[in-house]
Every structure is written in structure tokens, then in C-alpha cells.
Design a protein around this ligand. Sequence first.
Ligand SMILES: [Zn+2]
Length: 77
Amino acid sequence: MTASDYKKVFVQLKAKPTKLNKYIKHNKPRDRKFGRAVTKCSRCGRTSGGHIGKYGLDLCRQCFREIATKIDFKKYS
Ligand SMILES: [Zn+2]
């Protein structure tokens, strides 16, 4: 499966509730208490890559790079 989020397929299966339930049963990721899957980027939902949880940011490094200047971070050099 290539979808980054398993919920994207819900749109396709909305007309078929039985198939949707079967899809959820077999494809829903486990609810985790710790590990990489817990630290999700609040902006794009990315789980891997540099996660920045410091200062309560909860962003991946890519999103942080995009919005750093907007949230008053200053780049030196
Ligand atoms: Zn992100």
C-alpha cells in the first residue's frame, strides 16, 4: 500500500460500509504507547525523520524548516 495515511482510502470505501469495516479491521495501525509512531508531526503527520518535540513544537524537520521564520525562529549564518 502506498498511501501515507490509511484513512485516505475511506473516501473510496464510503459507499461500501461492509468493505470499509473489513478494511479498518485489517489495516488500522495499532494504538501505541511509545516508539516512533507516537511522535507524529502535527502539521503533516510524518512519523519518521527528525521530530522536534522541544518547546512543544511537535513538528518534523521539514515542516519546521518551512515555518521557522513565521514562528519567530532566527537562522544564523
Ligand atoms: Zn511535518
